[in-house]
Design a protein around this ligand. Structure first.
Ligand code: APR
Length: 316
């Protein structure tokens, strides 16, 4: 049977994700939903009209959903659901400022996913993503491996791009990694960064690497400040679409994602940015690699920073 993916939220992030997923041409159907009347249908029609030009056969279906779950039948049978519903940041806001308002939205979306697509793998991107992922798992009651969040693929891409620009090398020469939370306790991992196989530390002085680390940590805010309305979506949607692709292709790729950890790096019982092998069941396994003591300490700090807030989402 053909593969089906749903993207909930037809704003900038959701619509660009849907377009990328459709252009992969590996799905039979991409469903795009929103609460705004007509918007998902209009975007779907527009995307379908690009099929003859871009040369893909995937059909995009746009559906407006109601507050009581009306319209959610359209997501039945989805292999993957990407949750992008929720408000983006405004300049000066942290992702955490979105917690309460987005929690209400994500909870309602997750309950409908559980009802209409009980076998789906859920990828959460709504911010603050570490907390919204925990909430989506709670509200769906899906096994923890079937609910994970997008942060590390994007943060790693931002880090990679900065390194490539700084050294004036192709992005494909650079291997980089970020772990931790998608926020102030993001942990870029310079010890795992190489350029054409050479350690980054041999190519750039420590203060320059630190500058790139700081820029990565503030990568989202830098875009928000320039856009003035809304937040980034081209790189974020590339990250989310790529994760959904790894799931439906059961690729076994190892990607940095927001996953449930149970003992890895001595950390347990929290959703945290770690490397994980991705497949049809979502997270196949969290992959624990060798990190420096400082990086492990950063990861532990990130876990403690998100742990209490993740526990709080139960009440939101
Ligand atoms: N169900 C479906 N869609 C919803 C719901 C809901 N319950 N509530 C809101 N939406 C929709 C809005 O109508 C809007 O079209 O979510 C969409 C959000 O789109 P944008 O405002 O363009 O925001 P976007 O840039 O797409 O970001 C979405 O991703 O990166 C995060 O911080 C960002 O939390 C934000 C999310």
């Amino acid at each position: 049977m053909g593969k089906k993916v749903t993207v909930v939220g037809a704003g900038f992030y959701g619509s660009t994700t849907a377009q990328r997923l459709a252009e992969y041409d590996i799905f039979e159907t991409v469903v795009l939903t929103d609460i705004i009347d007509g918007k998902p249908a209009g975007l779907a029609l527009d995307m379908n009209q690009s099929r003859p030009i871009e040369g893909f056969e995937t059909k995009v279906v746009g559906v407006t959903t109601g507050t009581n779950g009306e319209g959610y039948e359209a997501i039945e049978g989805s292999d993957v659901v990407v949750v992008t519903a929720g408000l983006p940041r405004k300049p000066g806001m942290s992702r955490m400022d979105l917690l309460e308002v987005n929690a209400k939205i994500v909870r309602q979306v997750a309950e409908n996913i559980a009802k209409y697509a009980p076998n789906a793998v859920v990828i959460v991107v709504s911010n603050p993503v570490d907390e919204m992922t925990a909430l989506a798992q709670l509200a769906t009651q899906f096994p923890k491996n079937r609910v994970f969040g997008q942060a590390g693929v994007l943060d790693t891409a931002r880090f990679t791009n900065s390194i490539a620009e700084t050294l004036a090398v192709p992005v494909k020469s650079v291997k980089a990694l970020t772990l931790g939370s998608h926020g102030d306790t993001m942990v870029p991992v310079p010890s795992r960064c190489t350029v054409d196989g050479k350690p980054l530390a041999d190519l750039l002085p420590a203060d320059k690497i630190e500058e790139l680390v700081v820029r990565t940590r503030n990568g989202g805010a830098e875009v928000v400040a320039l856009l003035k309305t809304g937040s980034a979506y081209y790189a974020p949607s590339a990250a989310a679409a790529r994760m959904a692709k790894a799931v439906v292709e059961d690729s076994g790729e190892v990607l940095p994602v927001c996953a449930w950890v149970e003992g890895e790096y001595g950390i347990s019982g929290v959703y945290l940015g770690v490397e994980a092998q991705i497949g049809a069941e979502g997270i196949k396994k969290v992959v624990e690699e060798k990190l420096t003591d400082t990086e492990i300490a950063g990861l532990k700090e990130a876990a403690e920073a998100v742990r209490a807030k993740q526990a709080d989402v139960a009440t939101l």
